[in-house]
Write a new protein. Structure first.
Length: 323
C-alpha cells in the first residue's frame, strides 16, 4: 500500500488497476502514509530538536538562536521543546523517540534520561548534550567546561580588586556543585572567611537572583558582603536591580560577577563582568558535524573559559567595601 500512496507504484511495476484498487481501499480506511517509517529509512528529514529547560534564561535563548542560525546555513529545520523538570524531560524524549528527527541537542540535565538517550541512539539519532554526567553513553560527545575553575576565576578576580567579604548566590541549596566549590577554594586559599550567611539561594530567574541579593543586603555592618559571585548571568542581573533600588552604587560600593557570558550582560547598567565560554557553540557545531557524517568526532571536548571584564566590578572598591 505504501508504495502506491508514496507515488512509487510505477517504479514497483504495479498495474494501473492494482494501484487504483489500493487508492480506493486507502480512502475507505482513511489511511495515511507512515512518515516516521519513511524518515527512518531515508534519514532525509533534515530536522533537529533542541531541548532546553527555559527560554526565559538568555543563555538557553542564545543556544536556540545559534542552533537556528547553524541549521539555516546547513539546510536543517530546528524545533524547540522546553523541559523544566526530569519528568518533562522524560516526556519530551519519549515523544522524540516516536518521531522522525535526525539530531537532538540536550540543554537539560541528561543523566536522569540516559535510557531514553540510548533509545534515540538506537534509532540512529545523533545526540549532543550541554550538561553531561559521569555515565554519558559513549556514543554521545561530552562537551564540558571546568565549572570549578570558573567559580575560582570569578572569585579570584574579586579578591584581586580588594574584596574580602564575597557572597555567593545560586539556585542550589546544596554546597557540592562545582561553581560553589571553585568559589570556596579561592577564598580558602587566601585565608578569607567563608560564612554561611554569605550563601544565599533563589530561583534560577532574575527575580530569584533579586531575592537572594536582598537577603545578603539584609545583613548589617561588617557582616554584609561587598561583592557577589552569581551562579549565572540571569541571577546576576536580578542582583544588579536590587542593588540599584537600595541606592548602592555598582561598582563603587559593590561588585558583581556573573557566569555564562550571555550577550545581554553587555547591555545591563552597569555592564556585567562574567565568566565566558562557548560550550553551546561547540555543542551545536559537533552535533551538525555528526549529522554531516564527519570522520573526526571527538568523544570529549573541554571548552576553555575566560573572564569578560566590564563595569560591574570596577578597578577598585569604595568606602562601603572598606567597611
Amino acid at each position: 500500500m505504501s508504495l502506491v500512496l508514496t507515488g512509487r507504484g510505477d517504479t514497483a511495476r504495479l498495474s494501473k488497476a492494482t494501484q487504483q484498487r489500493v487508492k480506493e481501499a486507502a480512502a475507505k480506511l482513511n489511511y495515511v502514509p507512515n512518515r516516521l517509517a519513511r524518515g527512518l529509512r531515508s534519514r532525509a528529514t533534515r530536522a533537529i530538536t533542541v531541548v532546553v529547560p527555559s527560554l526565559q534564561n538568555p543563555f538557553f535563548a542564545e543556544v536556540v538562536g545559534q542552533a537556528q542560525e547553524y541549521g539555516d546555513e546547513k539546510g536543517y529545520s530546528v524545533n524547540v521543546m522546553v523541559a523544566s523538570s526530569v519528568e518533562s524531560s522524560r516526556r519530551v524524549l519519549s515523544y522524540l523517540a516516536g518521531r522522525s528527527v535526525d539530531g537532538v541537542l540536550l540543554g537539560v540535565d541528561s543523566e536522569p534520561v540516559y535510557d531514553l538517550i540510548k533509545q534515540l541512539l538506537g534509532r540512529g539519532v545523533a545526540c549532543a548534550t550541554l550538561q553531561a554526567g559521569a555515565n554519558l553513553p559513549k556514543e554521545v560527545p561530552n562537551i564540558s567546561i571546568d565549572l570549578e575553575a570558573g567559580g575560582a576565576l570569578a572569585t579570584n578576580h574579586l579578591i584581586g580588586l580588594g574584596h574580602t567579604r564575597i557572597g555567593y548566590i545560586t539556585e542550589f541549596t546544596n554546597r557540592t556543585h562545582r561553581k560553589y566549590l571553585g568559589y570556596k577554594r579561592a577564598l580558602e586559599a587566601k585565608g578569607f572567611d567563608l560564612r554561611d550567611r554569605w550563601f544565599a539561594t533563589g530561583k534560577n530567574t532574575m527575580a530569584g537572583g533579586a531575592d537572594a541579593m536582598a537577603s545578603l543586603l539584609g545583613q548589617s555592618g561588617l557582616d554584609r558582603p561587598t561583592a557577589v559571585f552569581a551562579y549565572n548571568d540571569l541571577m546576576a542581573i536580578g542582583a544588579l536591580r536590587v542593588l540599584k533600588e537600595a541606592g548602592i552604587k555598582v561598582p563603587h560600593d559593590f561588585a558583581v560577577v556573573g557566569f555564562d557570558g550571555t550577550s545581554v550582560g553587555a547591555f545591563t547598567n552597569p555592564a556585567l563582568t562574567t565568566v565566558t565560554h562557548q560550550r553551546n557553540a561547540v555543542a551545536i557545531e559537533v552535533l551538525f558535524s555528526m549529522l554531516e557524517h564527519a570522520k573526526k568526532i571527538l568523544r570529549k571536548y573541554e571548552v576553555p573559559i575566560s573572564l569578560t571584564i566590564r563595569e560591574s566590578c570596577g578597578a577598585s572598591i569604595g568606602a562601603f567595601a572598606k567597611g
